[in-house]
Design a protein around this ligand. Structure first.
Ligand SMILES: Cc1cc2nc3c(=O)[nH]c(=O)nc-3n(C[C@H](O)[C@H](O)[C@H](O)COP(=O)(O)OP(=O)(O)OC[C@H]3O[C@@H](n4cnc5c(N)ncnc54)[C@H](O)[C@@H]3O)c2cc1C
Length: 263
């Protein structure tokens, strides 16, 4: 079974802060990690490979340092690592990101399953998995928390709903976006991690030309949406202290609550 796992390197925080002048993420002093949902995607893919044989390929689009996330994934048990890195990919919206990942997957070729996390903790859109599935015209199931059965023709999974679950059979090849309930991810194996870092298991770096795209189709230029301004909302609440324990101070409090239609 050939499985591709999409992995995003993200800052190790959900408290994303923006530079008020540039609108860019402040990355200084924040460690980068594999997006948490993607670790569950990797665990599921490696488990299936161990049970049924085959190969797990990790694919990530990001700056050169995203190679660390791929090395870690290979330390967990992935067999092949590919980083899509090119200045032309910078500034991509979700559409351009999905298109670029889709093109790379077409170049990788034969695959039975594609695993993604449900959502990245920085961008937070949960759009990439479904968009990649749509681009590749393949069956897709989101919010997967259990894999029941898989064979060459189909896969049976359970997907989480707000008030229960749905059991779905999807034709192969299929794309799944997974949630944390699916499994407990393993740690990287030190020996494998060292191999990945020493380039015994080299990580391929592909640019725009390698995946056969024009620079105008990817990154900021290829994006259908453009961010005009990014800002963190300012706290506009003002506090007021009412002092005293007299009837008057209670009346004053009740008056203010009524005035503001809070009671
Ligand atoms: C309008 C708009 C403009 C943007 N402009 C910029 C910009 O100028 N600069 C900038 O840095 N970002 C920009 N972004 C953010 C960037 O588009 C997203 O970070 C990126 O498309 C992934 O979306 P997400 O983080 O919401 O991932 P989600 O859709 O939440 O991720 C779901 C899953 O998809 C997979 N995945 C997501 N991203 C990747 C990836 N890069 N490689 C491999 N797998 C992946 C992972 O499995 C992940 O768990 C912009 C986003 C929007 C909506």
């Amino acid at each position: 079974m050939n499985i591709i796992v999409l992995v995003k390197q993200v800052p190790d925080t959900t408290d994303v802060k923006l530079d008020p002048k540039t609108g860019n993420l402040i990355r200084e002093g924040i460690e980068s990690i594999i997006n948490p949902d993607d670790r569950h995607a990797l665990e599921a893919a490696i488990n299936l490979k161990e049970a049924a044989g085959g190969k797990v390929t990790v694919l990530s689009m990001g700056p050169p340092q995203a190679i660390d996330a791929i090395s870690e994934a290979m330390g967990m048990g992935a067999d092949r690592g590919i980083l899509l890195s090119d200045r032309a990919f910078a500034g991509a919206d979700t559409w351009a990101t999905s298109f670029t990942l889709g093109k790379a997957i077409e170049k990788i070729g034969k695959y039975d399953l594609i695993f993604c996390g449900r959502q990245a903790i920085d961008g937070d859109t949960a759009q990439i998995g479904p968009q990649v599935g749509d681009y590749l015209h393949m069956s897709q199931v989101s919010y997967v928390y259990e894999i029941e059965k898989v064979n060459r023709k189909s896969i049976v999974v359970k997907r989480r709903l707000e008030d229960g679950f749905e059991k779905v059979r999807a034709a192969m090849p299929a794309l799944l976006t997974v949630i944390g309930e699916l499994n407990v991810p393993r740690y990287s194996h030190v020996g494998r991690l060292i191999d990945a870092c020493k380039e015994k298991a080299p990580i391929e770096v592909w640019n725009a030309a390698d995946i056969g795209v024009q620079t105008s189709e990817v990154g900021l230029e290829g994006s259908l949406t453009h961010v005009i301004k990014t800002f963190a909302p300012k706290f506009q609440r003002e506090g007021e202290m009412l002092e005293g324990d007299t009837k008057e101070s209670v009346k004053s409090l009740v008056g203010k609550l009524k005035e503001n239609r809070l009671i």
